[in-house]
Design a protein around this ligand. Sequence first.
Ligand code: RNT
Ligand code: ZN
Length: 421
Amino acid sequence: MTRRSLETAYRLARDRYAELGVETDRALRAAARIPVSMHCWQGDDVGGFEGAGAALGDGLAVTGNYPGKARTADELRADFEQARALIPGTQRLNLHACYAETNGRRVDRDRLGPEQFSNWISWARGLGLGLDFNQTYFSHPLVKDGCTLSHPDPAIRRFWIQHGIRCREIGAAMGRGTGRTCLTNLWIPDGAKDTPADRRGPRERLVESLDAIFRKRIDPRLNVDAVEPKLFGLGSESYVAGSHEFYLGYAVSRGKLLTLDAGHYHPTEGIADKISAVLQFLPEIALHVSRGVRWDSDHVVTLTDDLQSIAQEIVWGGYTDRVRIGLDYFDASINRIAAWVIGTRNMQRALLSALVAPVERIREAEQSGDRTARLALLEEAKTLPFAAVWDYYCETAEVPVGERWLAEVKRHERDVLSRRG
Ligand code: RNT
Ligand code: ZN
């Protein structure tokens, strides 16, 4: 496809959408402004560089051993830039505390500070990239009996509280350094493999620990905090202290963001419907867009009905300023840069698709009580010439159209990744 034929296809599509009252030019501009926070951890299988020595665990598992994964922060940054060059729209980068650069020294998690992230911050500033952050409550010897902030031993809790506090300060430094508000998201694995006799104690301790972490006020222009619930996990099949109800109550009562992870609910339970429900009580929320296959397996995000519903709820609900969209998946069985590109392009694709949908028409039908027309229009909307709009969006964003990005990834694999040991 030449630029000319892409433009011709776009013009035809634009006219078709205009018949339904949709202005595609406006949708393109809106799509370009919605940031998607790309998770650094797809680039190296949630490994990190702090050298704590612990293997990935504590509720997380990555399968696959595709060659060429980033071994250093410099490699990860280079890989991320390679991925980003193939993705339209606005991105942010979501880091984890275990991606600290400690310069060969051992800096434990309760000691981390902005110094260990200064490379990340100056690099991001140079690229005009916003940063998000996460405490790392896994892959560490002080995750005891699968627990951190809810552990009965006060010394363990103190260590992890300190980590939580430090990370919020690092988040603030990221916000200051990049000029964009950082979201620091807290997820812990705490729970029980088998039926516990005490479900109350860990939750009471968790509230106390969280309150200690959030005691210090941080300028919300620099950093905002989120808490991420989960219903079950690897090794926490029977009980999770930080469940959905727990954190919903916590977020509402403490003015924190709630992070809805698409893999953290029962297998047929989507997060799309939760968005407008929790936004009645919270000013802002965050998302971890993921894809669970039978369980919270964190597969690469594909263009599923679930994904499209999430995008529709954000866009159709008028919530683009109140939902911080992030991705959370990790697949080590395919080229990791391709995994980033596929998932992020799909998120963007779903957002653009929601932006050009003739939702006004569909709502008119709904409001007039014409459910027949609502269903008919929803179905017809599915095969409008969206591909022409998406291709044109990529073309004008100067990123590869269609599958052309794959050739770039293959070239990079040959020239760069295959040379890594
Ligand atoms: C785990 C949570 C959490 C992690 C990342 C690495 O179930 O989804 O968000 O995936 O922090
Ligand atoms: Zn998550």
